[in-house]
Design a protein around this ligand. Structure first.
Ligand SMILES: [Zn+2]
Length: 402
């Protein structure tokens, strides 16, 4: 069993100094979704100026400060069951949650719409707050809605969430479109024109390649790790990592236990097999036997724990295959229940930085990983957008695509 945060004390001072000089920009945090789940979106009911461990949150302002977070993409995820206008409305409501957070905590959170905006917010002592959409279902099949979301401040859109959408395949669904449809390519090109980053986390490998073929701008993976290190389909395969230098994009390494450790992923698969077996056995029953059986199984099979060192292994691998210019951080705090030992909440980022120092990463390399790489991608997307002279896309999602 390898260490979580043991033995890192000697590197912490240098780690904290690095966070003070360069904004750590995390690619994905689901706090807005937690407001929807826990307080019907009422900011007044969960005061993140105070520590909120007891309500089960990974994120609040004291812990963001402790972890040296300089910038955060707040995810405005909505349920993938939603389609059309319902998805658009729910996404607008989640963007409203972000604006209400900004209004409630003006000294700590500052809206950032550009790379310059991130640096400005960071210099004024605020956590630069960016908006990321998670899943193409959010635009309800409408490129007009996509354009309006850009105007509302969304600066990336993950092309899918866990399910396929009519124009793009997800990595956790059965192949249907085998990548992007023509409409999907049009969405990516319109995002390029607008200056919104295409996020390839959650999409299938075929969709990753199609998007890389279609895009005129660098892409991001807002919260994904490396598939060669851990086999979960949410991770990025090597044949995509090798395309990163050509594209200029960045893979923001995620912390989700089952994505970073095959021991955890195998455990979760075995648990699911057992659940299915118990449910078959209990067919027509009240479910109590399933619960009892699962409790017994869990007692016999203790859950393995991923560690901070596992996460650093993904960073090592992406450096070796794609290069130091293509790594970022995207924890997925408040979007997952299982996090590695040493990275339990947003107060722990500097421990990962300390681990990188222990692994002999140089200061300039660490600064790239913390935030400089994603700022470079944002600037690349912004300048590509200015150079695109075609008018707004008039493409419609064909009935046949649905
Ligand atoms: Zn996600």
């Amino acid at each position: 069993m390898r260490a979580g945060s043991e033995g890192l004390e000697g590197f912490l001072e240098r780690a904290k100094a690095l966070h003070q000089g360069t904004p750590l920009i995390d690619g994905h945090n689901d706090l807005p979704w937690q407001y929807r789940l826990k307080s019907q979106r009422a900011i007044s009911k969960i005061d993140i100026a105070e520590r909120q461990e007891e309500v089960g949150l990974h994120t609040d302002i004291p812990r963001l400060r402790e972890g040296g977070v300089g910038g955060q993409f707040w995810s405005v995820y909505v349920n993938t069951e939603l389609e059309g206008a319902d998805a658009v409305q729910a996404t607008m409501e989640q963007i409203d949650v972000v604006y209400n957070m900004l209004r409630a905590y003006p000294k700590d959170l500052g809206l950032a719409l550009t790379a310059d905006g991130v640096e400005e917010a960071f210099r004024s002592g605020k956590v630069a707050s960016l908006i990321g959409m998670e899943g193409g279902h959010s635009i309800g099949g409408s490129i007009g809605a996509l354009r309006m979301f850009y105007r509302l401040g969304a600066r990336y859109m993950t092309l899918t969430h866990n399910k396929n959408i009519p124009w793009a395949d997800s990595c956790t669904d059965a192949p249907a479109a085998h990548g992007l449809t023509d409409f999907g390519r049009e969405v990516v090109r319109e995002m390029n024109r607008l200056g919104m980053m295409a996020d390839l986390s959650h999409v299938s490998a075929e969709t990753m390649h199609d998007a890389l073929d279609a895009t005129e701008s660098p892409v991001i993976f807002s919260h994904s790790s490396a598939r060669a290190v851990a086999s979960h389909p949410r991770n990025v395969p090597d044949d995509v990592l090798t395309r990163m230098p050509g594209n200029g994009g960045v893979v923001m390494v995620t912390f989700v236990s089952a994505f970073v450790s095959d021991r955890v992923f195998d455990y979760e698969k075995a648990l699911e097999v057992e659940r299915q077996r118990l449910m078959l056995e209990d067919m027509g029953g009240d479910g109590k036997a399933v619960e009892a059986g699962l409790a017994r199984w869990k007692e016999e099979n203790p859950r393995p724990q991923a560690t901070l060192a596992d996460v650093a292994d993904h960073i090592d691998h992406i450096r070796d295959v794609a290069g130091i210019d293509h790594i970022g951080i995207g924890g997925d705090f408040d979007g997952t229940e299982s996090l590695p030992k040493g990275l339990e909440d947003v107060s722990k980022y500097h421990l990962l930085t300390a681990e990188l120092i222990r692994r002999e990463y140089q200061d300039d390399e660490i600064k790239k990983i913390l935030g400089e790489n994603v700022l470079r991608v944002m600037r690349g997307v912004e300048s590509a957008s200015k150079g695109i002279e075609r008018g707004p896309s008039e493409a419609l999602l064909e009935k046949g695509d649905r």
